[in-house]
Design a protein around this ligand. Structure first.
Ligand code: KG4
Ligand code: ZN
Length: 331
């Protein structure tokens, strides 16, 4: 089964063709990052306009690269939620148009389900599993007993982890998007600053706004005292606190639910510090860890095509009145 998938929830316009939920035939990702970097973050109105300008070209290129035609495509999958509403609407309208004109089923895919299924492109998911979801908009622990069944164990009470990374990056003078840059600096610095481990309790919830404020205060106070702030050391201290709590709660969930498979989903899954800590802990505990390919950690349509296949198997179909939603729980 060939699925043509479309993703446009934030600042990447992407199309992909995925065979049977696992085999990537062709993927095109057009990032608007350079444009938004001028503004220090994604400007929603600019993002939607750029999606409109690019979506047709991205779809054409994806089909060209695949060597297939629309006759070979069995269904259209699309991210309908959550995300920037204007951005989502562009991909959704393109998907509905293709489904209507070529008379193909339309499959609605939740963006986070997509991030989770980026792991299925590495190897088939094995159940039950725990997914650590770490993106710019989400931080959650999700239990899956089978394909396309999601049970949220806990999540962030305030900022998402990627959001905290981007804000800390700004405080230490790094351009948008800050996450990858903080990650790079962290490897060059030392964990010398006294920052708190955030929401270090027995729950599966997270909180990053206090840690973020602690970084802001640290930088401010050091400057006032006339001390030099070493960005590498701030990055290293911040990253260590973040990864410590993410890994601690993830390992606790694996133990408590007696699960031996762990996958990681979302943009922050690209984080080198997090990957290294998880690899080492999972080795110690005999947990089978899957990490998405770096290029499929951040937003792309390949993961939507992978998720779409299992959504389809579960009978998920959308009619033409499917609407985009800025906020929607994973289900
Ligand atoms: O999943 P994603 O592409 O978008 C959302 O669905 O939110 O994630 C983007 C987020 C941004 O906050 C970005 O700074 C962060 O992921 N990110 C990273 C790294 N690469 C991307 N954060 C920390 N370390 C990285 N290597
Ligand atoms: Zn995403």
């Amino acid at each position: 089964m060939y699925i043509l998938a479309i993703e446009s929830s934030c600042d990447e316009t992407s199309a992909s063709i995925i065979k049977n939920g696992r085999e990537e035939i062709s993927t095109v990702v057009l990032s608007q990052m350079d444009t938004h970097a001028n503004f220090g973050g994604v400007v929603p109105e600019i993002a939607s306009r750029m999606h409109i300008e690019n979506i047709t070209m991205v779809l054409e290129e994806c089909l060209d690269k695949s060597g297939l035609t629309m006759d070979d495509i069995d269904a259209i999958a699309v991210t309908y939620a959550p995300g920037l509403i204007g951005s989502l609407l562009v991909g959704l309208m393109a998907a509905k148009t293709l489904a209507f004109v070529y008379d193909k089923p339309l499959i609605p895919v939740h963006h986070i389900a997509g991030h989770i299924y980026a792991n299925n492109l590495v190897k088939p998911l094995e159940f039950p599993l725990i997914s650590l979801v770490v993106s710019g908009g989400h931080t959650e622990l999700v239990y899956m007993k089978e394909n396309y069944s999601f049970e949220k164990l806990g999540g962030t009470l305030d900022d998402a982890v990627g959001e905290a990374y981007d804000k800390v990056a700004r405080v230490i003078g790094l351009p948008y998007p800050g996450g990858p840059r903080v990650d790079k600096l962290a490897a060059e610095g030392q964990d010398v600053y006294d920052l708190p481990v955030p929401l270090n309790d027995d729950s599966y919830d997270f909180s990053f706004s206090g840690l973020k404020s602690a970084v802001v205060n640290l930088v401010h106070n050091e400057k006032q005292r006339g001390n030099e702030v070493i960005p590498e050391n701030v990055a290293s201290s911040f990253q260590n606190r973040v990864t410590e709590i993410l890994v601690k709660k993830t390992m606790k969930a694996l133990k408590e639910y007696d699960v031996h498979n762990l996958i990681v989903a979302g943009g922050v899954a690209a984080n080198k510090g997090l990957r290294a800590k998880l690899i080492s802990e999972c080795e110690k505990c005999g947990v089978d860890l899957t990490l998405p390919e770096i290029k499929y950690c951040t937003d792309n349509a390949a993961m939507i095509g992978a998720a779409g296949y299992y959504a389809y198997q579960k009978g998920r179909r959308a009619s033409f009145d499917l609407n985009a939603k800025a906020n929607e729980e994973l289900k």
